[in-house]
Structures are given as structure tokens and as C-alpha cells.
Design a protein around this ligand. Structure first.
Ligand SMILES: CC(C)(COP(=O)(O)OP(=O)(O)OC[C@H]1O[C@@H](n2cnc3c(N)ncnc32)[C@H](O)[C@@H]1OP(=O)(O)O)[C@@H](O)C(=O)NCCC(=O)NCCS
Length: 189
């Protein structure tokens, strides 16, 4: 039943309209500021919105800064599959501040995988090093979770490297806890 509801809503999802709520006058931490404050504040407002093709150069640079690899083909392929706000099941959002893309987050709703009811998965998240610790990551996670909620799911999951204490601290700070799953792997020689 849930699956049918999600599939039906995909056909009418207007991501521009949905994410317009994240375009208000806000500081990076999401605190509302008055018009006078906004005018006198030289820091441009942060806006969370679906990625556009023109953002890819900055997205690739942020990813390369974090991972040390410039994966241009991978990002264009990901944009093709997740970009443009085509469905509410796949979300690829960026945090824009003035002319700069400060970060990105990517996720999707997976239906009935691992025997679990449909849930949101976050599988890509990075904030430009110079923009960190200002609430950008939290704002993006909040936005993608709202997208998942809007699509009818009530759980969000992610997976991270065991030794990535920075990302673990971030997700724990956002209320995420150990899930009842165990990842398994083996080498395929
Ligand atoms: C994890 C990451 C997305 C956080 O983004 P951010 O915009 O700096 O995070 P926020 O400012 O929203 O921080 C929210 C909370 O996360 C926690 N946190 C963030 N950075 C932290 C750090 N360096 N140390 C400890 N806690 C941290 C804090 O609790 C923070 O809340 P607080 O500032 O009120 O204490 C960012 O550091 C990043 O992109 N890191 C690299 C990601 C990566 O490795 N990606 C590749 C694999 S997906």
C-alpha cells in the first residue's frame, strides 16, 4: 500500500515548490532574522534547493576536497539519476550561499530493501571545509528529512565508515543512533 502511495505521489511532486520553504531569510543555523538585520548582515543567506547542472563544478570540487578524487563522470551520472527534482524518491540538494555552493546531500527512498518498510537513505553528504561548523550540514539533513517525510516515510538511515568520527559525531548530534542491521562484505577476487 505504502509503495503504491509513494509511486503515485512521484507523478505530482513539485520539488521547486516544496523546497521554496528553505529559501527564507535565515542565517546558516536556520535562525530567522528580520529584514533590517538581513540588510545590515553582509553574510548572504543560506538556501537549500535541488541541485542544478550549473552547480556540478562546485559539487565536484567539494567532493574532491574531502575524498582527494575528482570523479567528474560519476557526478554527472549521479546528477542524471538524482538531479533535477524529478521524483520525490530521489533527492540531491545543495546549500547555496551567494554564488557559492557550500555543501550537498544526496538520498533516496528505498522500498522494502533488507526486509524493511520504505525508508529514506542518506548516502552522500559533504560541506566545504571553509563553511563547516556553521549549521550547513544540519540544515541540509533537515531539508532532506522533510523531503522524506513529505514522501510518506518515517525513518531515515545512513551508513558510514567505522573510523569516520567526524561524520559519526555529526549524525549522532542530529539524533541518529545505531540501526538494527549489520553490514557484511567479502573480497571478490
Ligand atoms: C560532517 C559534516 C557534513 C558536518 O557539516 P557541518 O556543516 O560542519 O555541520 P554542522 O555545523 O551542521 O554541525 C552540526 C553538529 O554536528 C556536530 N559536529 C560537526 N562537526 C563536528 C566536529 N568537527 N567535531 C565534533 N562534532 C561536530 C556538532 O554536534 C554540531 O553541532 P554544534 O556545532 O552545535 O556543536 C562536514 O564536517 C563534512 O562534510 N565532513 C566531511 C564529510 C565526509 O567525510 N564525506 C565523505 C563521506 S559521505
Amino acid at each position: 500500500m505504502n509503495y503504491m502511495v509513494l509511486s503515485y505521489f512521484n507523478a505530482i511532486f513539485d520539488s521547486d515548490q516544496f523546497f521554496r520553504q528553505y529559501q527564507g531569510r535565515c542565517g546558516a543555523r536556520g535562525d530567522a532574522v528580520s529584514g533590517t538585520q538581513a540588510q545590515s548582515n553582509s553574510v548572504p543567506e543560506l538556501r537549500i534547493r535541488p541541485v542544478e547542472a550549473a552547480d556540478l563544478g562546485q559539487v565536484i570540487a567539494i567532493d574532491a576536497e574531502v575524498t582527494g578524487l575528482e570523479k567528474t563522470d560519476y557526478w554527472y551520472e549521479l546528477f542524471h539519476r538524482y538531479g533535477g527534482g524529478r521524483t520525490r524518491q530521489r533527492l540531491f540538494l545543495v546549500a547555496e550561499q551567494g554564488d557559492a555552493i557550500q555543501g550537498f546531500i544526496i538520498g533516496e527512498i528505498r522500498d522494502w530493501e533488507f526486509g524493511s518498510a520504505p525508508c529514506g537513505w542518506v548516502f552522500g553528504l559533504s560541506v566545504r571545509a571553509s563553511a563547516r561548523l556553521a549549521g550547513v550540514g544540519a540544515r541540509m539533513l533537515e531539508a532532506i528529512c522533510d523531503g522524506f517525510r513529505h514522501a510518506g516515510v518515517r525513518t531515515v538511515r545512513t551508513m558510514l565508515a567505522r573510523d569516520n568520527s567526524l561524520v559519526l559525531s555529526f549524525f549522532r548530534s542530529q539524533g541518529m543512533m545505531a540501526a538494527p542491521f549489520i553490514p557484511l562484505e567479502k573480497d571478490l577476487d
